[in-house]
Design a protein around this ligand. Sequence first.
Ligand code: G3P
Ligand code: CA
Length: 261
Amino acid sequence: MLTKNVVIAHRGASGYAPEHTFSSYDMSHFDMKADYIELDVQMTLDGEIIIMHDETVERTAGLPGIIKEMTLEQIKQLDVGSWYNEKFPELQQDFYAGQTIPTLEEVISRYGAVNYYIETKAPEVYPGMEERLVEILDRHQLLTPERLTGNQTVIQSFSLESLIKVHNLVPGMPLLLLTKKEVLRNMTDDDLKQINHFVYAVGPSIKDLDQPLIERMHGIGFLVFPYTLNQPDDMTRLIDAGIDGAFTNYADRLRTAFNAE
Ligand code: G3P
Ligand code: CA
């Protein structure tokens, strides 16, 4: 059911390989056996759902470009592996160079019905993104009742509006609300209880997360999966404080930390 000691591979094994590439997902899924592949989705000018953290391609492709103004054909020209070799020479691999930005359909074709934790990124920038996302997931049989009740396809967002849209499209979809530092702490119990009617988990920043806040979220009914839990000391602290899982660039480390408890 994926509710305890849950390891969500943040952009794949992005502590060891270029984020959101098949190398990164292969490592987290096949080698580290993470529970989920985490995917950030954006939409191209021609309506294709692609996997990319930023709204621009500059950081990982080294060229200027705004995704919503680019076609899939233009996106597919880009190399999003070489930057990693240059930035992290100690981790570089020749085969990282030349890797391309995956589409959601390509990810599904490669990994099939594994567990996906999908973030609608900047949904206000991409009208219709939720509908397109749901259409693709449905067409690939990733929205079956068994997968939804088993939390095997999850949608996450910093945008409550986007989660509401997804909920209206797929009422049984497991949803996680991401929150930046201090946001969750400042929300009222009444507001959180309303949200918990259709959102099963919260994803707070690790920056202000502590045991009282985790216990308060559990009391309302949420599971707690913070981001981004990379350092062993933080892992131990937050596992002791009661988290149910986390987003991590180091799925291997987090699994080891959970197993040590
Ligand atoms: O989705 C969890 C975490 O990834 C949120 O932050 O900026 O890495 O997408 P970000
Ligand atoms: Ca994310």
